[in-house]
Design a binder for this molecule. Structure first.
Ligand code: ADP
Length: 741
């Protein structure tokens, strides 16, 4: 080991910590042995002891070098520990004055050496052997004191002192090195963690900008292709156009899947915990899949147990994604027969349940040996059979990853050529006592029947402004809306948009987000506050290639009235425009006027946003009839009881609170929601309205939610918090008065 070599071996960050400690041990041991040897030579001149010691020194050095060079540290340490424990220790004990010499100190050193450098069973074996060897030496020394060569008084002192100094220096420098290495290692892993985080962040940025960039041309491809399909074209051209559409959709799904994968893998995927109606979710899913199953002439059965809670708390979007993935697969891999979805619920306690979704098909089935690989990314099994069916092999891998994040699981039963059953279990929280009952999926089917492109309306007097820096996008959007005869103006920058909004009272503005110079966010702020502007109150919809929940939340926060993700189909675009233009401007067209009108009014009732809503907290005293009449969203406070925290209103009612208050032994305390809970509440309510007025309990009372509400409202432009200065019935009265206004 050259000098540089030793330094390198001690400090090299890539080297194993055991190796570094081993090198340090060999070095200190060599120093101790050299000093001892010098002592012996001075006192004893050239003796057998000196030769033995010299031989041991050389063998330890040799064993050290060989084991470091060959990478067999453990073997080297074992060899040296054997020499020390069963050679050096007994010899020093008997030749160096027994308990009056330096052997006891060597015993400590040996234990230290083995403790640090060996591991597992061997370590404990050696430690026990060392203790036994020490016991044997001590007992023998006691019974046969004549076997011990006594030291002269002077030598005993000299040996003991030098061993004491050298061994304590050796031990403390080893501990010192260990601590130093530990700190270095820690710093290094912190740095690596930061590097990985930065890498992850840039990977995420890369994927989202990739998605943005790819969506823009796909928007053109899918949009213009849709225009071709609407024309009177030959069968051959129509077939080509349909193939383009399915290739475009597949490319889009691939991008979405890759984005999801990258999010899950970088730990950025957060599972939401929000109340949702499982019935509505299932209706939407049925609505989306009904057509596909119909096109393939497959029967599609839905069976939902009536005892499922009406409202659950969880991540509706991810659950929908999971079910759509598995159901789409079933339709995709089934040529004839049926696909069915059944939903059941297993209650764990009053607040928790496991929802069991079973998707069954009579399709091509999966070979037994392929089942373990179903959930592997990019893995498509049974490629001979499935080669001609479009797919990427990412869907089920994402399903599995989402389920892992939600604490759920999936099981597959399949008989090859006969069909498959996917059983998905997802634990969810229960919100309230209401049950789903008998759900009628007819409406979803009616709407599904209308999913094929039918122009639903004309509105020649409605005015729409489209703002996008990409000329092709402008062309696609205006072509897709052409059939509706709405008057469309297209501009390619925020500045031009502001010139238009100053003079024209548009009904809807479709606004891109990422544009050079003035982006969509700055533009909406300016339109909303434009002095003399005619569009301050008009509906503004984000029409963007930016995906992701964080972007959606941003648009809600900035007061957009809707969000459309490119590529957008003509139908989605028409529906969105339809829900924002005044009813008197709309002329419904089509064959089945009645169904269309019903659908349109259903869509409007579901989605149209109010200009302003009033919200308050559960501490406000308002009769249920008034809450229902004015549809007042209530943010629950928590009640802290000896049994734990309960949500006021849903988990504990007034009677419950009173019963605690009567009980003199227990104290209960109200607890206002924190800033984050206020923010989440505001964000979810802003899906229903453009502006929100939150009437809070007096800020003067102890534990008031008012300061937290004010803090949370700072994150939104369109949330106003009013300190009512009252509590319970006073606060309630003010809320009702505000609603009447
Ligand atoms: P893909 O995009 O290929 O459909 P998935 O991850 O969704 O990817 O599925 C992986 C593979 O599992 C598919 O390629 C297919 O071979 C098989 N598979 C999935 N669902 C079914 C099903 N219901 N019936 C038969 N095979 C299926």
């Amino acid at each position: 080991m050259s000098h540089k070599g030793i330094k390198y071996r001690l400090y090299d960050n890539g080297a194993d910590i055991k190796q570094r400690l081993f090198v340090l041990n060999i070095l200190t041991m060599q120093i101790v042995l050299v000093v001892t040897l010098i002592e012996i030579l001075i006192t004893d001149k050239f003796s057998l002891d000196a030769m033995l010691l010299f031989a041991m020194m050389l063998s330890i050095l040799f064993a050290g070098i060989v084991s470091v060079k060959s990478g067999h540290i453990r073997l080297g340490a074992l060899f040296i520990a054997t020499i020390l424990s069963f050679g050096y220790f007994p010899v020093t004990f008997f030749k160096g004055g027994g308990i009056n010499g330096d052997a006891p100190l060597w015993f400590i050193y040996n234990i230290f050496f083995v403790g640090i450098l060996l591991s597992g069973k061997v370590k404990y074996l050696f430690l026990s052997a060392q203790v036994l060897s020490a016991v044997a030496c001590y007992v023998t020394g006691y019974l046969k004191p004549e076997w011990i060569v006594p030291n002269t008084d002077l030598m005993a002192h000299v040996y003991s002192l030098t061993a004491l100094i050298l061994i304590s220096i050796a031990i403390s420098s080893m501990i010192g090195l260990e601590i130093r290495l530990f700190i270095r290692e820690n710093k290094l892993s912190e740095e690596r963690k930061k590097e990985i985080e930065a890498l992850n962040a840039s990977q995420n940025r890369f994927f989202s900008s990739m998605s943005h960039e790819i969506r823009t041309p796909i928007n053109t491809i899918i949009g213009l292709n849709e225009m071709i399909l609407r024309e009177d074209i030959s069968d051959e051209v129509a077939e080509d156009a349909v193939n383009i559409r399915s290739a475009g959709t597949m490319l889009l799904n691939l991008i979405n899947d890759i984005l999801d994968m990258s999010k899950v893998q970088s730990g950025k995927m957060v599972i939401a915990e929000e109340p949702y109606s499982i019935g509505n979710m299932l209706s939407e899913i049925v609505g989306m899949l009904w057509n596909r199953a119909n096109e393939k002439k497959l029967e599609f059965h839905v069976n939902v147990a009536p005892d499922i809670p009406y409202e659950l708390i969880g991540d509706e979007i991810r659950i929908k994604q999971i079910l759509l993935n598995v159901l789409n697969n079933s339709i995709k891999y089934t040529k004839e027969g049926s696909v069915s979805l059944s939903v059941q619920c297993e209650r764990k306690d009053d607040n928790n349940a496991v929802i069991i979704f079973t998707v069954k098909d009579t399709g091509i089935g999966i070979k037994k040996e392929d089942i373990p690989y179903l959930f592997t990314a990019f893995k498509r099994v049974d490629e001979n059979e499935t080669r001609h069916i479009e797919g990427t092999g990412l869907g089920l891998s994402i399903v599995k990853q989402f389920l892992d994040l939600m604490g759920g699981k999936v099981n597959v039963n399949s008989i090859y050529t006969q069909g498959s059953t996917f059983i998905i279990e997802i634990p969810q929280k229960i919100n309230g006592d209401k049950l789903i009952g008998d759900v009628d999926f007819e409406k979803s089917r009616t709407i599904a029947k209308l999913k094929e492109y039918h122009q639903k309306f004309e509105a020649p007097d409605a005015r729409v402004l489209v703002v996008d820096d990409n000329e092709l996008n402008l062309m696609v959007t205006s072509k897709l809306l052409r059939g509706t005869k709405v008057k469309i103006d297209c501009v390619s920058s925020g500045e031009e948009a502001l010139k238009k909004t100053l003079n024209v009272p548009y009904n809807v503005i479709l606004l891109d987000h990422l544009m050079p110079e003035m982006d969509g966010i700055e533009c909406i702020r300016k339109i909303r506050s434009q002095i003399g502007g005619l569009c301050r109150e008009c509906s503004i919809v984000a029409l963007t290639a930016n995906t992701g929940e964080e972007n959606k939340a941003l648009y809600v926060k900035e007061g957009f009235d809707g969000y459309l993700l490119k590529p957008v189909t003509g139908e989605t675009l028409e529906n969105e425009v339809l829900r924002h233009i005044p009813q008197e401007l709309v002329h419904v067209i089509g064959d089945s006027q009645e169904i269309l009108e019903e659908t349109i009014s259903w869509m409007r009732s579901k989605q149209i946003k109010k200009k302003v809503i009033v919200t308050t907290e559960s501490v406000a005293d308002i009769p249920d009839e008034l809450i229902e009449k004015y549809n007042i969203p209530i943010l629950p406070h928590k009640v802290s009881t000896p049994e734990g925290l309960f949500k006021d209103g849903s988990e504990i009612d007034t009677r419950g609170v009173l019963s605690y208050m009567e009980d003199k032994e227990h104290t209960i305390k109200p607890q206002a929601p924190n800033v984050k809970e206020h923010e989440d509440f505001f964000a979810s309510q802003l899906n229903r309205a453009n502006n929100l007025v939150h009437m809070s309990i007096s800020s003067k009372v102890e534990n008031s939610g008012c300061p937290k509400a004010i803090e949370a409202a700072r994150a939104f432009n369109n949330v106003t918090v009013i300190d009512t200065g009252h509590l319970s019935s006073g606060q309630g009265l003010m809320v009702v008065e505000a609603c009447k206004l």
